[in-house]
Every structure is written in C-alpha cells, then in structure tokens.
Design a protein around this ligand. Structure first.
Ligand code: DX5
Ligand code: ZN
Length: 232
C-alpha cells in the first residue's frame, strides 16, 4: 500500500478487483445448464447457498446439485453455508472442489477452529453474519478470515429488499480491516443490483453476490455487465 499517494482507498480498490458472484439460488433449476453457462461467460464466481431449514427457515439444495454445477463450472465455487454444525461438512465441501467457503457466526460457538479447518483444506475461509449481528462481534475473528460475508438481508431467501443500514455496517467493517491491516476481503449478499453495486464498492465491498437481479432479468449477461460498468 502506498499511503504517500494520499489515496489509500483508491490504491486498495485497484489492487483488489471487484468480483460478481451470481447466486445460483435464483437460477432456473429446470435449465441449470443455461444458468451455469451465464456465470461461466459473464461472471467471476458461483455463489452457492446451502440451507438446512434449521439455522434459517428455508431449505435450498445440497451436494448433488453442487456437484452437478461443479462439473460444468469454469469459475470458482463460493459456497455459503446457512447450516448448523458447519464443521461437519467442511471436508465434503472440499471434495466438491469448493474454493471459498463461508459459514455463519450465529452457527458457531467458536468460529476460529472452523476457519482453521477450512483453511487446512486449502479453501478460502469466510465468516458470514446477519444484519442483527453488531460488526464488533465479528471484529475479533477478522484476522483469521480470508473473507467476510456481510449479509445485506436476513439469510434464508432470495429476492428480499436490500437493507439500507448495511452501508454503515460495511464502512465500519472496512475501516476495522484497513486499520488492522488484515488481508480479509468483503463480500456482500442480499438485494444487490446494478442500482446499489457502485455504492457498495465505494463503501468497501469487493465481491458482490446477486441472485434475482441477475437470473430474473431478461438478459442476465447485460445485468452483470451493467454492474461492472457501475464499478468503474
Ligand atoms: C440469502 C442468500 C443470498 C440470496 C441472494 O439467504 O444468501 O445469496 O440468494 O439473492 P438476491 O440477490 O435475490 O437477494
Ligand atoms: Zn448467499
């Protein structure tokens, strides 16, 4: 980091390319191949939302679907575990070829060993947390995280409205990470669209998850492109 430039924020932004991670939860499951192809051609990561109906009041998909996607994916897989006892499935996720793996702070009494376990399988370890968890609670673990997943809606469903208070939480998170000099990326998830992408990046996000905005669109490739244009 060259602080001397007087624009440390700009330095960080250019050093870390912003990535778009479409959430496969919003894909057309009858034509999954087409949705995978969209990500392969236009986006950076596959965001895979795995829910157990216990930690969150919804059930999504499991390993058979993850494996089917993995078989066709040309971009890395980013799995978001919304399950209790996430440590039980870390090895299985590694076997599926997942590159980034996050689990919820709310699901772990002690997140540190789970972050370590994920890293021991050479995956990037991420801690996810809901909008009602104060950023201060996450702060002690940021040094152990490769990335953090800030929820901008309550985890459990796609298609929810972006929570506006998230910008402040994001700025707070970013300033802690910068202040401590941690190498921890920030992913945001929930209600992300071309309308708020640029502001989210400005506030410190470097990975944007978008489900409905991408897959419910007439032209998903165009939406991904327009999010990118916004980021310049
Ligand atoms: C919510 C999931 C999100 C969701 C995003 O629990 O973690 O990844 O699929 O979907 P949209 O972009 O529609 O809010
Ligand atoms: Zn998610």
């Amino acid at each position: 980091r060259r602080e001397a430039s007087g624009r440390p924020g700009h330095q960080l932004l250019t050093a870390m390319r912003t990535r778009i991670a479409p959430s496969m939860l919003a894909a057309d499951f009858l034509h999954l191949e087409q949705s995978v192809d969209i990500v392969n051609r236009h986006a950076d990561l596959f965001h895979l939302d795995i829910m157990d109906g216990v930690l969150v009041p919804n059930i999504s998909f499991g390993f058979p679907v993850v494996e089917a996607i993995a078989g066709m994916a040309k971009k890395p897989l980013d799995a978001h575990l919304m399950i209790v006892h996430p440590e039980r499935y870390v090895e299985r996720c590694a076997e599926c070829g997942i590159r980034m793996l996050s689990f919820h702070y709310e699901a772990a009494r002690d997140p540190e060993p789970i972050l370590g376990l994920i890293r021991s399988y050479k995956m990037k370890a991420g801690l996810a947390f809901n909008p009602d968890i104060p950023v201060e609670k996450i702060a002690p673990y940021l040094g152990e995280c490769d990335f953090v997943l800030l929820m901008t809606v309550f985890a459990g469903f796609g298609g929810q409205k972006f929570i506006e208070e998230s910008y402040d939480r994001l700025r707070q998170l970013k300033s802690i990470i910068d202040e401590k000099g941690y190498r921890c990326r920030i992913e945001v998830d929930g209600g992300v669209s071309p309308a708020n992408a640029a502001k989210l990046v400005e506030c410190g996000a470097d990975t944007l998850v978008a489900g409905s905005a991408v897959f419910k669109a007439e032209d998903p490739g165009e939406v991904i492109r327009s999010m990118r244009v916004n980021l310049q």
